[in-house]
Design a protein around this ligand. Structure first.
Ligand SMILES: O=P(O)(O)OC[C@H]1O[C@](O)(COP(=O)(O)O)[C@@H](O)[C@@H]1O
Ligand SMILES: [Mg+2]
Ligand SMILES: [Mg+2]
Length: 336
């Protein structure tokens, strides 16, 4: 079976030729993510056996308790990227500020910046439920030859050149896009090789799954409440099924395969939701649109939101086209 399937390495190489002016830098970057994913996967898989469960005892810039695996994945991704000298800057959920990385030639000659959520779904680590890693890649706008600047990380999501996630679940899968569709690669742990298992992933236009933390229901805007009630009503092909793993990557991946909508709304008038625009909403929205789905704040296309801060939060509704359009209808009706 595996021999027929293309490996991730072969896919990266084959797809490089699709970009006439390619320098190979993006291919090297995806390769480095592949390596860091394998290193992190190795540790995730033996989480119950080694001292990697529980709190790390620190609080990150979000005010959240860092889990040991958050810290481990953060260190491994940053180390792997810096050692290979293929990015000019790294931003991470677990780092207050961005990290400027000089190229090995010392001339700041690299053109890409990367933003990462090293471990997504941290609350699932200790209970052995699936978690993930999310990444988002941009071409810098600051001049080559100079150190990277904050503005390189605060570009709107529609400027991404690539984005993806790794899901550490029943199997480990790396799903990404360089703007030419979405493909998924499953890790064969015996060989340590990712194989193309899910070519050209597409959201079904309709789905029957809604994913939201209903524990926050009372804080949702009326339009969101109305849409959730609509999902639960006994009519046409509803009620939909409620599924919520509590890890954005895992809930998104399921909905991508089966059809569905993921929602993390604003919680109350002030709080702009929980998810971070630059390294959670934007990469997931990029994949959503590349897979024929829709990703919105409820009022605006996620990819058009202009970031103003590295760790800013934004509401996220994404998934099957017709389901998200129904959601937008209810949300906008609420503001009339
Ligand atoms: O427990 P809640 O409030 O529903 O939040 C769950 C959401 O928070 C997250 O865990 C946030 O991501 P991190 O674990 O990377 O901080 C998402 O993966 C998930 O969808
Ligand atoms: Mg996350
Ligand atoms: Mg995280």
């Amino acid at each position: 079976m595996t021999n027929q399937k293309m490996t991730l390495g072969e896919f990266i190489f084959d797809n490089q030729s699709a970009f006439p002016y390619s320098t190979g830098e993006l291919s090297k970057l995806i390769n480095a993510i592949r390596l860091a994913a394998k290193i992190t996967n190795h540790e995730v898989n033996k989480a119950g056996l080694v001292d990697i469960l529980g709190d790390a005892g620190n609080t990150n810039v979000q005010g959240e308790n860092q889990q040991k695996l958050d810290v481990y994945a953060n260190v491994k991704f940053i180390q792997t990227l810096i050692q290979r000298g293929i990015v000019c800057g790294i931003a991470s959920e677990e780092e207050e500020d961005f990290i400027a990385v000089n190229s090995h030639d010392g001339k700041n000659s690299n053109q890409y910046v990367i933003l990462i959520d090293p471990l997504d779904g941290s609350s699932n680590i200790d209970v052995n439920a699936s978690v993930g890693t999310i990444f988002s890649i941009y071409r810098r706008t600051s001049p080559i030859g100079k150190p990277v600047e904050l503005k390189d990380f605060l570009q709107p999501g529609n400027k991404q050149v690539a984005a993806g996630y790794v899901m550490y679940g029943t199997s480990t899968i790396l799903v990404y896009s360089t703007g030419r569709g979405v493909n998924g690669f499953t890790l064969n742990p015996a060989l340590g090789t990712f194989y193309l298992s899910h070519p050209n992933l597409q959201f079904p236009e309709n789905g029957r799954i809604y994913s939201v933390n209903e524990g926050n229901y009372v804080h949702f805007a009326q339009g969101v409440k109305d849409y959730i009630k609509y999902c639960q009503r006994e009519e046409e092909n509803r009620p939909y099924s409620s599924r919520y793993i509590g890890s954005l990557v895992s809930d998104f991946h399921r909905n991508l395969i089966k059809g569905g909508i993921y929602m993390y709304p604003r919680i109350g008038p002030r709080q702009n939701g929980k998810l971070r625009l630059t390294y959670e909403c934007n990469p997931i929205a990029f994949l959503t649109e590349q897979a024929n789905g829709v990703a919105t704040t409820g009022y605006e296309r996620i990819l058009d939101v202009k970031p103003t801060a590295l760790h800013q939060r934004e509401a996220l509704f994404c998934g099957s086209k017709n389901m998200v359009e129904d959601l937008i209808h209810f949300v906008r009706r609420d503001t009339l």
